[in-house]
Design a protein around this ligand. Structure first.
Ligand code: 0WK
Ligand code: 0WK
Ligand code: BGC
Ligand code: BGC
Length: 913
C-alpha cells in the first residue's frame, strides 16, 4: 500500500526530476549544439554574415604562438576576470621555462565597474602607479601587454574598440571606444609615468599563449571562469573580413554570444531567461549565461527558489537571503560537494538531509550542463581545425584558465568527456594555465616587441653602460692603456673656455657635419664683447668625400677661395680655425693627424696625415690667396667653446648629429699623454668608437650588426652606429623590413623601395614621432615606399621609431653620465653644477630627443645640476674663439693655449692618476 507520504515524495521527486530534466542534455541535443556552434563559427568568419553573426569571431592580430625566442621585460595588465592583476614579466631565452613574474592583485570596486569609463581607467592607472612604485620601476618605460577580457573589435595588435561590456562591468562611455586610447589618455591625465602599450589581448588569447609556451601543440585558449570564451588559431584564408590569405591568425570567438539569434532557445530554460532578464545585459551573452561562473550560482538560486515555492525544498520557506540576487555564488557549486550544510546555513536555510541532496542535484545539473555545453562548443572548434587542416585525426592542446574550470570538482572532466564523445577524431589535451593570461600577454608583447625589446634599457643596464664607458675613459687617459683603448680620449690642446678677452677677425671652416660651412667671425669689444658672423654652406659631393684626399682638400681650398672672394678678403691673411669633425691625434693646436674617417667620409690618402698640412698644400697649390690655419678643433670642442662664450660653466661639448661625440675639460694631471699637471685640458673622447672592442656586444642587436656590415667602416664606430643620425633611419628601415617579413606589418608586403638602403632617413624618424602630425607623416613616407600602410601600420612604425630614438637618447645619457660623474669626482664636489653645450641635427630636429636625454641624465646622475645649452651658431664661432687665442699665442703667451708637447708624462706619474 503506497502511503500518501511515499506518493507525495514520488510526485515531489518527479517535480524535481522534471525541473532538472531541462538541464539534462541528450547526446543528440549536444550534437545539435555542436553543429549550431559550427554554423555560427562559419557565419562569424564570412564577410557577409560576420556583421550579424552571434559568435563574433573577432580577429586578434596574433599570427603565431611563442617559439621560445621571446625575451625581455614586460608589464602586463589582466582585467576582466575575478581579479585585476598588474604584473611584471621577465622572459629569458634558452631554458624554456625561464619566465619570472611578479604580480599584485587590485580590487575593482563595483562603483568603478559600473561608474564612468574615465573613473575606471583612472583607477586602473592608479593601480599601475602603485605597482610601479612598489617595484621601483616608475622611470622605466616598459612595453605593456593589456589582457582585456571583453569583446573588442581589433584593427591591430594595439588597437581595439570595446564591442560591449559583459560580466559585471558596465562603465559608461566605453562601448565603441578604443580601449588602448582610453588607457593612454588616463596615463596622460595622471602624468606620472610613461608606458608603451604594445598589445591588447583577450584573456583566452593570453591563456593560449601562456600554455603554448609550455606546449607548442597548444593552439586553443579556453576560459571557463566568471565568463566563458574560446579562441583558436584559424587559417587567414578563412577569415574573410581580414586582408591576406597566408598563414594563421588567432580568432577570439566570443562564443558567449552564441544564441543571440535564438538558435538555442530549445535548450534554454525559463531559469536561464530569468537570469538573463535580471542581468546587466539582457538578451546578450546567452550561451555565457548558461555556462559561466557569473551566472551558474544565480541559475541554481532561482531553481532553489522555484522548488522551495513548490514546497519541494526547505519546507517551502524562502529566506530573505535566498531571495537576494547573486547570493548563491558559483563557487558554492564547486564547494557544495564538501560543505553543503554550511553553505545552506550561510544562506539561513534550515535544510534537511533531503534538501542537501536536492540542492546538490540542482548544482550538479546546472554545472554539468555548463560543462557539456562548453564541451559541445569545443568539439565544434577542434573539428573545424581538423577540417581546416584536411586531417582525419587531429592532435591538439587547449590552454585553459578560469575559476570554474579550476575549482569545480567535475566541470573539467565532464567537459573533456563531452569533447571526446562529440569530436572522436580529435585527441584533445587540456593544460591548465598556471600563470594566468598576463604571462601570455607579455609573450605576445615579446613577439611584437621581439625586435625592439633588446633596444629597451632599464636604468640598471644604463648604469652598467655608464660604468663601462667610465672604464674606457680611464683606459684612454692612461699611458699604457691608451694604445689599445677604443675611446681614444684625444688631447685637444685647448686649456679653457673663452674668457671674454677674445677679439679679432677670423675665418672658420666647419667640415664633417651634414653641412660644410665657411664662416667669417668678427669678435669685437665695443661696449661688451660681440661676435658677428657671416657664413656660407658649400656642397661636399659624394665623389669628393669618397675620392682622393688631395681632391677633397682642393675642394675645401676652392670653397675657401670662393668665400674669401665674396667677402673681399682674398688679399687678407686672416687666421683660420678649422673645425674638422673627425678623430685627430693632435701634437699641438695646429697639427692634427687624422686617425680614421667616420660618417660618410672616405677620401683616400688622408688617414695618418696632418690635415693642416694637406689643406695648406691645397691652398698653396692654388696660389690665389694666403691663409693661416691657426687651429684645428673637433666640432665637439667648437661647440663647447661656442656655448662657453655665453655660459662660463660650460665644460662639456656634445654632438648628436650625423655622427656623435663628446669632449670635456679634464684635469691635466690625469692626461698621461700630455706634459704638465696644472690646470685642465679639453679632451675629445671620440666616444663613437665605444664598443669597437666588443664591450657592447650584449646590447647590440642584429640590426646594429647589419648596419655595421653595410657601412664604409665595418667594425668601427659601433656606438655611433647605434645612436647617431647617420644610421637611425636605416636602423628603423631594417626593423620594418624584418617585421614585414614576419607579417607583423603591411600584411607582409615588401616593396623594392622598402628594401632600398637609406630610403628611410633620420629626418623621417623625427617627423614620424611628432605627436600631432606624426601619423600622417608616417603614412606619407610609407606610402612613398609603396607598402600601402594601414593606420595600425603607421602606429606600429611610429612605435618602432620611438624605440630606436629612445635607445639613442638613453645610451648617450649613459655615456654623458660617465663624463659628468668624472667631472664631479675630479672636482671632488658632492654636487656637480655644470653646463653641456650641444649641437647636431638629431638633437635639434627630433621632437622628443632632448627631453628624453635630459630626463635620463638627471636620473642617472642625480647629484648634479646640468644645464643643456643648445649651440645656436654652430662650432665655427667656437673655432674662431680658439683661433683668437692661437693667434694671440704667437704674439704673447696667454693661458689657455698650451705649449705643452704631446710627450707622455714621466713613468712615475701614472701611479697616482
Ligand atoms: C585568469 C587569467 C585572466 C582570466 C581569468 C578568468 O589570468 O586573464 O580573465 O583567469 O577566470 P576568472 O577569474 O574569471 O574565473
Ligand atoms: C653643427 C656644427 C658642426 C657639427 C654639426 C653636427 O657647427 O660643427 O659638425 O653641427 O651636426 P650634424 O650636422 O652632423 O647633424
Ligand atoms: C568576454 C570574453 C572573455 C570571457 C572570459 C566574456 O564575458 O566577452 O571576452 O574572454 O568573458 O573572461
Ligand atoms: C667623429 C667625431 C665627431 C662626431 C660628430 C664622429 O663620427 O668621429 O670626431 O665629433 O662624428 O660630428
Amino acid at each position: 500500500m503506497v502511503t500518501a507520504v511515499a506518493q507525495r515524495l514520488a510526485s515531489q521527486r518527479k517535480e524535481i526530476d522534471d525541473t532538472l530534466a531541462a538541464f539534462a542534455l541528450s547526446p543528440t541535443q549536444l550534437q545539435e549544439v555542436k553543429a549550431k556552434m559550427r554554423v555560427e563559427l562559419e557565419r562569424g568568419l564570412k564577410k557577409d554574415s560576420h556583421p550579424t553573426a552571434s559568435v563574433k569571431m573577432l580577429p586578434t592580430y596574433v599570427y603565431r604562438t611563442p617559439d621560445g625566442t621571446e625575451r625581455g621585460k614586460y608589464l602586463a595588465l589582466d582585467l576582466g576576470g575575478t581579479n585585476f592583476r598588474v604584473l611584471v614579466v621577465k622572459i629569458r631565452t634558452g631554458m624554456r621555462n625561464s619566465v619570472r613574474m611578479y604580480n599584485k592583485i587590485y580590487a575593482i570596486p563595483l562603483e568603478i565597474m559600473q561608474g564612468t569609463g574615465e573613473e575606471l581607467f583612472d583607477h586602473i592607472v592608479q593601480c599601475i602607479s602603485d605597482f610601479l612604485d612598489y617595484m621601483g620601476m616608475k622611470n622605466t618605460r616598459l612595453p605593456l601587454g593589456f589582457t582585456f577580457s571583453f569583446p573588442c573589435n581589433q584593427t591591430g595588435i594595439d588597437k581595439g574598440d570595446l564591442v560591449c561590456w559583459t560580466k559585471g562591468f558596465k562603465a559608461t562611455e566605453c562601448e565603441g571606444y578604443d580601449v588602448v586610447d582610453m588607457l593612454r589618455e588616463a596615463i596622460k591625465r595622471r602624468n606620472e609615468f610613461d608606458l608603451d602599450i604594445v598589445a591588447i589581448v583577450n584573456d583566452t588569447v593570453g591563456t593560449m599563449m601562456t600554455c603554448a609556451y609550455e606546449d607548442p601543440k597548444c593552439q586553443i585558449g579556453l576560459i571557463a571562469g566568471t565568463g566563458s570564451n574560446v579562441c583558436y588559431m584559424e587559417e587567414m584564408k578563412n577569415i574573410e573580413f581580414v586582408e591576406g590569405d597566408e598563414g594563421q591568425m588567432c580568432v577570439n570567438t566570443e562564443w558567449g554570444g552564441f544564441g543571440a539569434n535564438d538558435n538555442i532557445e530549445d535548450i534554454r530554460t525559463r531559469y536561464d531567461r530569468e537570469v538573463d532578464g535580471g542581468s546587466l545585459n539582457p538578451g546578450k551573452q546567452r550561451f555565457e549565461k548558461m555556462t559561466s561562473g557569473m551566472y551558474l550560482g544565480e541559475i541554481v538560486r532561482r531553481i532553489l527558489i522555484d522548488l522551495t515555492k513548490h514546497g519541494l525544498l526547505f519546507r517551502g520557506r524562502i529566506t530573505e537571503r535566498l531571495k537576494t540576487k547573486g547570493i548563491f555564488e558559483t563557487k558554492f557549486l564547486s564547494q557544495i560537494e564538501r560543505y553543503i550544510r554550511s553553505i545552506l546555513q550561510h544562506l539561513g536555510l534550515d535544510s534537511t538531509c533531503d534538501d542537501s541532496i536536492i540542492v546538490k542535484e540542482v548544482c550538479g545539473a546546472v554545472s554539468r550542463r555548463a560543462a557539456q555545453l562548453c564541451g559541445a562548443g569545443m568539439a565544434a572548434v577542434v573539428d573545424k581545425i581538423r577540417e581546416n587542416r584536411g586531417l582525419d585525426n587531429l592532435e591538439i592542446t587547449v590552454g585553459v584558465d578560469g575559476t570554474l574550470y579550476k575549482l569545480h570538482p567535475h566541470f573539467s572532466t565532464i567537459l573533456k568527456d563531452t569533447v571526446r564523445e562529440l569530436a572522436p577524431n580529435c585527441k584533445v589535451d587540456f593544460i591548465l594555465s598556471e600563470d594566468g593570461s598576463g604571462k601570455g600577454a607579455a609573450l605576445i608583447t615579446a613577439v611584437i616587441d621581439k625586435y625592439l625589446y633588446a633596444m629597451r634599457f632599464s636604468d640598471e643596464t644604463l648604469r652598467d653602460i655608464m660604468a663601462r664607458f667610465r672604464r674606457e675613459m680611464e683606459n684612454g687617459l692612461g699611458r699604457d692603456t691608451n694604445p689599445t683603448a677604443t675611446v681614444k680620449m684625444l688631447p685637444t690642446f685647448v686649456r679653457s673656455i673663452p674668457d671674454g678677452s677674445e677679439k679679432g677677425d677670423f675665418i672658420a671652416l666647419d667640415l664633417g657635419g651634414s653641412n660644410f660651412r665657411i664662416l667669417r667671425v668678427k669678435v669685437s669689444h665695443e661696449k661688451k664683447q660681440t661676435v658677428q658672423m657671416e657664413s656660407q654652406i658649400y656642397e661636399t659631393p659624394e665623389d669628393i668625400i669618397h675620392g682622393s684626399g688631395s681632391r677633397l682638400f682642393d675642394h675645401v681650398a676652392e670653397c675657401l677661395g670662393d668665400f674669401m672672394e665674396k667677402q673681399k678678403i682674398k688679399d687678407k691673411k686672416l687666421p683660420i680655425g678649422f673645425t674638422f669633425s673627425f678623430p685627430c691625434a693632435h701634437t699641438k693646436l695646429d697639427e692634427a693627424v687624422l686617425l680614421t674617417w667616420t660618417k660618410r667620409f672616405k677620401a683616400s690618402g688622408v688617414e695618418g696625415m696632418d690635415v693642416v698640412k694637406l689643406l695648406n698644400k691645397a691652398i698653396k697649390k692654388r696660389g690665389d690667396y694666403d691663409a693661416d690655419i691657426m687651429a684645428v678643433v673637433n666640432d665637439t670642442v667648437g661647440t663647447m667653446m661656442t656655448c662657453g662664450f655665453d655660459d662660463q660653466r660650460c665644460e662639456v661639448g656634445i654632438i648628436i648629429g650625423t655622427g656623435t661625440n663628446a669632449c670635456y675639460m679634464e684635469e691635466l694631471r690625469h692626461i698621461d699623454l700630455v706634459e704638465g699637471d696644472e690646470g685642465r685640458m679639453c679632451i675629445n673622447t671620440e666616444w663613437g668608437a665605444f664598443g669597437d672592442d666588443g664591450t657592447l656586444e650584449d646590447i647590440r642587436t642584429e640590426f646594429d650588426r647589419e648596419i655595421d656590415r653595410g657601412s664604409p667602416n665595418p667594425g668601427k664606430q659601433l656606438f655611433e652606429k647605434m645612436v647617431s643620425g647617420m644610421y637611425m633611419g636605416e636602423l628603423v628601415r631594417l626593423i620594418l623590413v624584418k617585421m614585414a617579413k614576419e607579417g607583423l606589418l603591411f600584411e607582409g608586403r615588401i616593396t623594392p623601395e622598402l628594401l632600398t638602403k637609406g630610403k628611410i632617413e633620420t629626418k623621417h624618424v623625427s617627423a614620424i614621432e611628432k605627436s600631432k602630425e606624426g601619423l600622417t607623416k608616417a603614412e606619407e613616407i610609407l606610402t612613398r615606399l609603396g607598402v600601402e600602410p594601414s593606420e595600425d601600420d603607421c602606429i606600429a612604425v611610429q612605435h618602432v621609431c620611438a624605440i630606436v630614438s629612445f635607445r639613442s637618447a638613453n645610451l648617450i645619457a649613459a655615456t654623458l653620465g660617465a663624463i659628468l660623474t668624472r667631472l664631479k669626482d675630479n672636482k671632488n664636489t658632492p654636487r656637480l653644477r655644470t653646463t653641456v653645450g650641444i649641437d647636431g641635427s638629431l638633437y635639434k630636429m627630433h621632437p622628443q630627443y632632448a627631453r628624453r636625454l635630459h630626463k635620463t641624465v638627471r636620473r642617472l646622475v642625480p647629484e648634479s645640476d646640468v644645464r643643456f645649452l643648445l649651440s645656436e651658431s654652430g662650432s665655427g664661432k667656437g673655432a674662431a674663439m680658439v683661433t683668437a687665442w692661437a693667434s694671440r699665442l704667437i704674439c704673447s703667451d696667454p693661458p689657455y693655449i698650451t705649449c705643452h708637447s704631446f710627450t707622455a708624462k714621466k713613468k712615475k706619474k701614472n701611479a697616482v692618476s
